[in-house]
Design a protein around this ligand. Structure first.
Ligand SMILES: CC(C)(COP(=O)(O)OP(=O)(O)OC[C@H]1O[C@@H](n2cnc3c(N)ncnc32)[C@H](O)[C@@H]1OP(=O)(O)O)[C@@H](O)C(=O)NCCC(=O)NCCS
Length: 181
């Protein structure tokens, strides 16, 4: 469990799968840039059981213990020979605009840079996703470029903006305990 000021992050457990599957099947939860991902609890459980080295999903909890979303990190490969750490996140609509996602990303970046020798962390977001863009900018991510018409989502090909933060730009942990290096 990582304790923040507004939220905590705890690793996702099997017991969270029904909630996660319900969230991902809810148009309001996935938001305007995605269509729901209808998968049965059994299908999500099967994927959850498969070993996924260098990836993990955390449940974002409000301070009273209410699950309010998820944040994940994983290795993404491109060009056949490069790989980098990437993050993704979603919050339940009733708990948006409270700064929860911003803090979840702050903690995830602290965790990844404290824990591993990654040089960079990236996020790929829809160009029009203003909320996600703000979350990343507030955490020091820089826009690195645009992949034009790379993802088909909600009926059309969309541009994805690539954001990244380097270890040198992060400098030091903002929330997780100092001196853990
Ligand atoms: C993107 C998302 C995770 C942001 O979560 P959140 O907890 O509401 O974000 P925060 O409260 O930390 O807000 C961060 C910033 O974005 C702004 N913001 C949040 N929602 C916004 C919106 N709908 N429009 C414009 N700005 C918005 C906030 O005002 C804040 O900026 P500020 O401090 O300058 O005012 C959430 O909107 C969401 O789950 N959306 C649907 C799924 C999704 O798109 N996930 C991202 C995929 S890449």
């Amino acid at each position: 469990m990582f304790r923040g000021n507004k939220i905590n992050l705890r690793i996702m457990e099997k017991e969270d799968i029904p909630t996660y599957a319900k969230w991902m099947n809810d148009p309001d939860f996935v938001g305007e840039f995605f269509i729901p991902f209808p998968r049965s609890v059994a299908a999500v459980e099967k994927k959850f059981d498969e070993e996924q080295p260098d990836s993990a999903t955390f449940i974002i909890e409000a301070k009273d213990g209410t699950p309010v979303g998820w944040i994940t990190h994983f290795m993404t490969r491109f060009g056949g020979y490069m790989s980098t750490k990437e993050i993704g996140y979603m919050l339940v609509p009733d708990h948006r605009r409270k700064g929860f996602c911003t803090e979840a990303v702050t903690m995830m970046v602290d965790y990844l840079f404290l824990d591993k020798e990654w040089q960079r962390i990236q996020a790929l977001i829809m160009e029009e996703n203003v909320a996600s863009k703000r979350v990343l900018e507030k955490n020091g991510f820089k826009k690195e470029g645009v992949l034009r018409k790379v993802l088909f989502s909600v009926g059309r090909f969309r541009d994805l903006a690539l954001y990244g933060i380097l270890r040198d730009e992060w400098k030091e942990p903002k929330i997780l305990p100092h001196g853990v290096k």
